[in-house]
Design a protein around this ligand. Sequence first.
Ligand code: GLC
Length: 536
Amino acid sequence: MEKHWWHTATIYQIYPKSFMDSNGDGVGDLQGIISKLDYLEKLGITAIWLSPVYQSPMDDNGYDISDYEAIADIFGDMSDMEELIEQAHQRGIKIIMDLVVNHTSDEHAWFVEAKNNPHSEKRDFYIWRNEPNELVSTFSGSAWEFDEQSQQYYLHLFSKKQPDLNWENEVLRHKIYEMINFWVDKGIGGFRMDVIDLLGKLPDQLIKENGPKLHDYLKEMHQYTLAGKDLLTVGETWGATPEIAKRYSNPDEKELSMVFQFEHIGLQHKENRPKWEYIKELDVPALKMIFNKWQTELKLGEGWNSLFWNNHDLPRVLSIWGNTGEYREKSAKALAILLHLMRGTPYIYQGEEIGMTNYPFESLSELDDIESLNYAKEALDLGQSEAVIMDNIRMIGRDNARTPMQWNTEKNAGFSTSDETWLPVNPNFTLINVEEAVSNPNSIFYTYQKLVNLRKEKSWLIDADFELLETEDKVFAYRRYTDEESYLVVVNLSDEEQSFSIDVDYIEIIISNTDEAVIINNHCLAPWDAFCVKIR
Ligand code: GLC
């Protein structure tokens, strides 16, 4: 198998509005990110996935782009972006841009022209119909919006300010490829591709994901943009199965490096119910089956996994599956150890490395996210109580992951000097912040740092096979092995002691969040114990 830099990389996701504010307007920006590159270098990450920084009216915080080749004023300008790429490179860090090409903003020049002049070439860049059908938007309500001027409806699978692009139009596709090359020429390290599985949609047949032409488009995109360059590309694919993931990520297919699949995240929700109907208790046996399937089915050379607990659309993992009280640090380390020693490319979401948690939102007025606000409005109209709605948002709402990064114990956790920040700072910043984490050699930060370095140093993390071991329900144990070496990973995913009956004859402790005595006497695991040992 040909090895690429991203096989040994750990990626760090930055949500630009919330990372660091350099100019005191209460919103993070590119100069803010530049000022924190030394911190990221210390963590050891290989690349930053930057959520969108393009020009945008920010209806969906930048996932509604009005100019792909300009930077949003709130974040800075193109020279700041070039400086970020350059400064990051000097520290061995690549920049992965977020590529949002399923839709644009309704303020993008293409859509403005399409709307104003139904006879223009741009009209067919979008999807217009005389009658709406029952397709619904991810952000509540119909996916069709009526345009008075032309007396037609346009499709928007997200907000009405995010009209869907028509990938059947070849001229549009080549405009997108030109834009991709504009960024490749700037020296970026790759792309995270937003809702990429929607590109082949067939709205008349109510098909959104995995339309028949999806993979033709991705192969064409590869041919015109990525071919011959060693870029990391990761597609966001909510509905991927291992079979589908191989179509994207098998190197012979010439499409993408890897995809984000969300099957494990599916355990946070009731099956086939709205995402707001959450399940807090982690079904550990189900989690084991899911990871086992992905780890064994994406064989080396046939496909590649990405590994993540968090992103800007998900709750903070400690608040849903970890422990935010007594075992906060220990559960954070346990979850990290469990995930980062599997095969794939790990992603860390800003603040995960210091154990940040969900925000205690109390009222709708504290929220920003269009998805949560639309949901709340719809649910209130249906007569649901605000108490229930707020409970759901506190657990599942996307703003939980988006509150400002907690740097220190100063005003606004050191994120901004402004009197007001765009989202409130979590009041737990006095305890949970970067300054504290970096000064404490036993902090969650150093577990992440160690995992990031292991990924670079240990080739078995890429090559070794995966075997799930039989254990008590709440214990997740697996073996990674090659012809020459074998490693055991054991994690107690619960607040209770668990018995554990595998005899360990170990040579070396690779990483652990517990005492050596636990590993030797491994018949009883304390809450959230986790370790990896090299075994005979
Ligand atoms: C993806 C993004 C999400 C955004 C949506 C529409 O799911 O991760 O934040 O709202 O696409 O672009």
